[in-house]
Structures are given as C-alpha cells and as structure tokens.
Design a protein around this ligand. Structure first.
Ligand code: NAD
Ligand code: MG
Length: 344
C-alpha cells in the first residue's frame, strides 16, 4: 500500500490567501467555521447570503461583512460554496454562474455536485475542494483551541496553474494543516464519503443499534437496559477505538467480550452484508444513488420526509431521552431532524 502524502503547516504558504478576497457562500455548520477561521487568520472575508437570510445578523455580530450572493461572487477571487448540497445547483445557476470571471477559484467542502455533474463550471476557473473531516462546529472550536480538524484537498480543474498551492493556503487559514491535509480527487472524496456515511457512520450504526435494541426488547428485556447496552455504551467503545484502534479497544475490554467479538461479530456482519456493501458502493459509483437523491429533492422530498417521521418516533428515542435527562453531565440535547435543536 502506498503511503499518502500529508501536508502540514510547514508545507504551505499561508501568505497566498492573504492576497485573495474570499467569499464564503452560506453561514451554516461549515460556513460559519470557514468564514470565522479565515477572518481570524487575517484573510479578507465576505459572507454571501440570500436576501432576508436569518444568518446575516449572526455573521455581522461576529464582525463579518455580509453581501448578497451575486455581489459576493463579483467581489471575490476565491469563493467557497457552503450551502446544502441539494440547494447548491440552484444557487450556482442563479447567483454564481452569471457573475463568474476568468481566473476565479470555486471551492467546495464536498464533491457531490461536481462528481455527479449537477454543477458544471466553465473551463476558465479553478475548481477545488477543501473538505474538513469533521462537523463545522468542531472546525471552529478546534481552531479556537489552537488545533485543527484534518481535511482533504482536491483539484478538479486548474485554470490558473495555482489551484493546489492556493487550496493548501486556504486549508492552512482554516486550521486544517495543523492536523494534516491529504490530497484526493472529487470522485474519491464523494464516493468514499457517501459509502462511509451509508454503510458505517450513519446507516450501518443506526441499523445495528436499533435492530439489537429491538431484539432485546422483543425478548422481554427492559428497554432501559437495552438502551444502555446497545446505544449508550457504544460511545465508550468508540472512544477506545478512536484513541488506539481496535487493538486498544480489545485490550481494554474483558477477555469474554473480546472472544464474543471474534466469534459473533462476523456472524452479524457476514458475507451477505459484504455483498450488500458492494452493491451499495456500485450504486454510488454508477450514479444510481445520486440520481435517486436528486430526483427525490426535485419532487419535494416526500419519501425522505416519511422516512424521517417514521424513524424519529422509534421507541429507542423515547427511552433514551428519558435516561439522558437524568444524566445532566452528558449535556443532553433535545433534537429531531424535523425540528432541529431545542433549548440551545
Ligand atoms: P448547512 O445546512 O449547515 O448550512 C447551509 C447554509 O446555507 C445555511 O445556513 C444558509 O446560510 C445557506 N442556505 C440554505 N439554503 C439556501 C438556499 N436555498 N440558498 C442559499 N443559501 C442557502 O450546510 P453544511 O452542513 O454546512 O454543508 C455545507 C457544505 O459543507 C456541503 O457541501 C456539505 O456536504 C459540506 N460538509 C459539511 C459538513 C458538516 O459538518 N455539516 C462536513 C463536511 C462537509
Ligand atoms: Mg463524511
């Protein structure tokens, strides 16, 4: 296996971004972090927002200047598109494309729209990606703590001959080169990101947790016990994996747990699961998943909203909410995807 090149602060020229005007389009999870980190790193920043956007006030309170998206595009040398991926094509068509000029750089934090051709910029601009491997709020918090969240960079189109150096400089101002930046392609980032979130991080883990919880409850065990066992403890195990890999987790648990891991794990995640993973990957690669998701959004997202409504009523959520309330040290949050976060 070839070792990937990792870029750190010592490998990049932070000055490049200081000579550029940066427009951050959108002020959500990633947008606020990119705009504020760059501002603190001494980059000239404008936030591009829709007229009447509720985010404008929040951005201005943080000392940022806000422009309508089309004005921000005209003003900028570099623009980072941080609106939801499903909205980005419309934002691009209406506000960005008509105002582009040669030699500008369009950046993304995820490759979806370039990989699947839902945004097609002209040949005369740079197209690059800096994708932090962490949620936006962590990108901001770790920067403020003097650290950074690792990121991927990718160059899809290098019209100026400077796209890579400039992207690395962008990653430095974001704090990412403090932690390490790896080079990838739009295709690799998009396909592995979709695969990881579907098979492990979101889809795989949610299904594993709920199916195991249901199995215990159907067998007559107390739901509270099932919740602790199948959901709550997961974090403790993942923390061990995060610090020292599977070896450290297996070192830390009992020999009984370790033996059960070896003999039962492969029965749960078996050849059938592996075959299904391969099918899911193939549908990501050939665009089937992307087409379905784009169509779902174009037709109002009915199926998506039905799935969301069904899943947020699962009994594990009621049981968990009650138990977490009694553990204030967890800093529990009441949140559903449909209503967002309450009490923040
Ligand atoms: P988000 O949903 O948090 O924020 C989007 C922001 O875009 C909103 O706050 C608003 O300012 C603006 N917006 C929303 N709808 C709009 C519209 N119709 N027109 C114009 N502006 C609109 O989005 P996010 O999670 O920060 O994602 C932004 C990009 O970053 C995506 O490409 C995503 O894949 C990528 N990304 C996100 C994360 C993450 O932590 N959330 C991690 C890595 C990459
Ligand atoms: Mg991801």
């Amino acid at each position: 296996m070839a070792q990937a090149k990792v870029y750190y602060d010592r490998d990049v020229n932070p000055e490049l971004m200081h000579k550029k005007r940066l427009a951050v389009i959108g002020f959500g999870s990633q947008g606020h972090a990119h705009a504020l980190n760059h501002q603190d790193s001494g980059v000239e920043v404008r936030v591009g927002l829709r007229p009447g956007s509720k985010s404008a006030k929040r951005a201005e309170e943080k000392g940022l200047k806000v422009l309508p998206i089309d004005e921000a595009v005209k003003w900028a040398d570099v623009m980072m598109v941080l609106v939801p991926d499903t909205r980005a094509p419309a934002v691009y068509d209406e506000f960005i494309a008509p105002n582009l000029r040669d030699g500008q750089m369009i950046m993304f934090a995820h490759g979806f729209n370039i990989r699947y051709g839902t945004i097609k910029p002209p040949k005369t601009v740079d197209i690059a990606m800096v994708a932090p491997k962490g949620p936006g709020h962590r990108v901001r918090e770790t920067y403020e703590e003097g650290g950074g969240v690792p990121a991927l960079i990718a160059i899809e189109q290098d019209a100026t001959g400077q796209a890579k150096e400039l992207s690395l400089s962008y990653a430095a101002a974001l704090g990412a080169t403090r932690a390490g930046v790896l080079e990838t392609t739009f295709a690799e980032e998009t396909e592995t990101d979709l695969f990881g979130e579907q098979v492990v991080l979101c889809g795989g883990v949610s299904s594993l947790v709920t199916t195991a919880f249901e199995t215990l409850v159907e067998a007559g065990y107390q739901p509270e016990i099932a919740y602790f066992e199948c959901m709550h403890e997961l974090k403790l195990i993942v923390d061990l994996m995060y610090r020292g890999g599977l070896n450290y987790m297996r070192y830390s648990v009992s020999n009984t747990a370790e033996y059960g891991d070896y003999v039962s794990g492969p029965r749960v995640i078996n050849d059938q699961t592996r075959a299904e993973m391969k099918k899911i990957l193939a549908e990501i690669q050939d665009g089937t998943f992307a087409d379905g998701w784009v169509k779902e959004n174009e037709t109002g997202g009915k199926k998506f909203l039905e799935l969301r409504a069904k899943n947020e009523k699962h009994i594990i959520e009621d049981v968990g909410a009650r138990l977490r309330e009694l553990m204030p040290f967890l800093n529990p949050i009441i949140a559903t995807p449909s209503e967002g976060i309450k009490g923040e």
